[in-house]
Design a protein around this ligand. Structure first.
Ligand code: ATR
Length: 294
């Protein structure tokens, strides 16, 4: 593995990468673990991303890297091997350099699950879940929920065919999973909310304050002592309209900052084979987050 002045180089590829928080907590983790390393950002358009993948590989210039939107699938042909989870999900967010080969992993689903369990004290086992969206991040979330043993998974999407495809792939991996798909325009899914324990927004709706909410207040039954968990993968703004409405009806809400944190923790551990200094990473993440929070 090539090192510059003994410093290992890690980084993140994506486009745009504007306010990525990963460098802050990854560099804090390397420093606390006594690993001389830098974590760089590579905001590249698609053509440059592909060139970088081709050129970087034989050079062994990177010890490992993250891949984010929109390249989690684009990166696949450049990898030598995939972990079983990355293969099943069909997307990679972490690349590990191992014995001269690039190994692709997906830590998003793990990050989501850890955030649910550790921070939200919510175990999805035998619970009913409803997911809004069937895009890139939905794949990892659906896989992790199926693996964690949900009793039912409903996926709602604007483009029905995308949800159908995702669920078809999931069924191959989890043939006994009770899962269904619904179209956003079909109002039946709104009635489903009453029977679900977990409702996850994986769509990009809510990123802008002006976004029209997917859930109407009247779709959410009041908690009355039986709180549901509403989880929004969006973490900036910290409280989207989706979470605000859930809170107004007395339910619990979590944003995606925890998912970002735990996926990063796992990436660090895969790269270094060391236990991540979680407290230090979390402090660094929160400090950086305060600087960019809308
Ligand atoms: P990511 O990688 O962040 O998941 P993505 O793959 O582009 O991003 O997926 C975005 C998701 O948000 C999709 O489920 C998309 O629905 P479509 O599959 O129909 O495109 C959903 N989405 C985006 N804008 C939306 C809107 N205005 N209403 C409903 N769904 C929307």
């Amino acid at each position: 593995m090539k090192k510059i002045n003994d410093t290992r180089i890690y980084g993140i590829f994506g486009f745009p990468l504007g306010h990525t928080l990963s460098p802050y907590f990854q560099e804090a983790a390397f420093q606390a673990s006594g690993i001389p390393a830098q974590y760089l950002t590579f905001p590249l358009d698609e053509a440059h991303f592909k060139t970088a993948m081709k050129k970087l590989k034989p050079d062994f210039a990177l010890s490992g890297f993250n891949v984010t939107v929109p390249y989690k699938e684009t990166v696949l042909p450049y990898l030598d091997r995939l972990t079983p989870a990355a293969k099943a999900i069909g997307a990679v967010n972490t690349v590990i350099f191992e014995k001269g080969k690039w190994l692709g992993a997906n830590t998003d689903g793990h990050g989501f699950l850890m955030s649910l369990k550790k921070d939200g004290h919510f175990n999805p086992r035998h619970k009913k879940a409803l997911m809004l969206g069937a895009g890139g991040s939905a794949k990892a979330v659906a896989y992790s929920l199926a693996e964690a043993g949900v009793s039912q998974l409903t996926m709602v999407n604007r483009t029905l065919s995308k949800a159908q495809r995702l669920i078809r792939t999931l069924r191959k991996q989890f043939p006994r999973l009770d899962c269904r798909v619904m179209h956003f325009d079909h109002s039946d899914w709104r009635k489903e909310i009453a029977f679900c324990d977990l409702i996850v927004n994986t769509t990009s709706v809510g990123l802008r304050q002006t976004d029209k909410p997917l859930l109407r207040l009247r779709d959410i039954p009041p908690a009355r002592g039986r709180k549901k968990l509403f989880y929004d993968l969006i973490y900036n703004p910290s409280e989207t309209i989706f979470l605000r409405q859930a809170r107004r009806k007395g339910h619990r809400g979590m944003n995606g900052l925890g998912m970002l944190f735990y996926q990063g923790v796992r990436s660090f551990e895969l790269w270094t084979k060391k236990k991540a200094p979680e407290r230090i990473m979390r402090d660094a993440l929160i400090r950086a987050y305060r600087g960019v929070e809308k």
